[in-house]
Design a protein around this ligand. Structure first.
Ligand SMILES: Nc1ncnc2c1ncn2[C@@H]1O[C@H](COP(=O)(O)OP(=O)(O)O)[C@@H](O)[C@H]1O
Ligand SMILES: Nc1ncnc2c1ncn2[C@H]1C[C@H](O)[C@@H](COP(=O)(O)OP(=O)(O)O)O1
Ligand SMILES: [Mg+2]
Length: 194
């Protein structure tokens, strides 16, 4: 595996629910042609397939909890391999959600070159998610589940940022700004990689 993805840069995109990870990833794809893999999107695709496994995943996601590590890591790994021949960079969006996920990723796939920490206030994230919930059709974009997702973010995912800060690969992005201004900061971080 490490062989197959060779020189492709791995970028972890980490931030709270509704912070704007997916929004910024789309813009990175448009400008840099990176491969965008959102763990949440991969899981929702499995749910949409109607499989037995999808049903189990749906129940977990509806409660705002994390699905088992092996499930999500296998999905990401398969998707990375499928793009290995054409990919110059990978945006791993929504992963790692806990330190253990980062450790396992590095054992099985490789080390990240950069972690984009998409940072917004809790109040901002809740507002954005409630608004997104009006049209997203997502079972987890409701106030009760949003609260649980936020709690879990602060408890399980924030330690991921501290873990990678020690390695000096974290770039903190102020996601309170308008989308294009946020992207200006993101561009600087990506340009530093080259
Ligand atoms: N900088 C921003 N300013 C205002 N709204 C934003 C910004 N970034 C994202 N949004 C909106 O907030 C919602 C959540 O963004 P999304 O990219 O789906 O976040 P995440 O993938 O982190 O959950 C979306 O409806 C999006 O349009
Ligand atoms: N790395 C991961 N490990 C475990 N569960 C994950 C996961 N990524 C996503 N999930 C599950 C639990 C999340 O509450 C749900 C939605 O994730 P998401 O689409 O990344 O949300 P958001 O973009 O709002 O941050 O999917
Ligand atoms: Mg998202």
């Amino acid at each position: 595996m490490a062989d197959k993805i060779k020189d492709a840069k791995i970028v972890f995109v980490v931030g709270g629910p509704g912070s704007g990870k997916g929004t910024q990833c789309e813009k990175i794809v448009a400008k840099y042609g990176y491969t965008h893999l959102s763990s949440g999107d991969l899981l929702r695709a499995e749910v949409a397939s109607g499989s037995e496994r999808g049903k189990q995943l749906q129940a977990i996601m509806q409660k705002g909890e994390l699905v088992p590590l092996d499930t999500v890591l296998d999905m990401i790994k398969d998707a990375m391999i499928a793009k290995a021949d054409v990919s110059k960079g990978y945006l791993i969006d929504g992963y790692p959600r806990e330190v253990k996920q980062g450790e396992e990723f590095e054992k099985k796939i490789g080390a990240p070159a950069l972690l984009l920490y998409i940072d917004a206030k809790a109040e901002t994230m809740v507002k954005r998610l409630v608004k997104r919930g009006e049209t997203s059709g997502r079972a987890d974009d409701n106030e009760e589940t949003i609260k649980k997702r936020l709690d879990l973010y602060y408890k399980a995912t924030e330690p991921v940022i501290a873990y990678y800060e020690k390695r000096g690969i974290v770039r903190k992005i102020d996601s309170e700004l308008p989308v294009d201004e946020v992207f200006t900061i993101v561009e600087k971080a990506i340009d530093e990689l080259k």
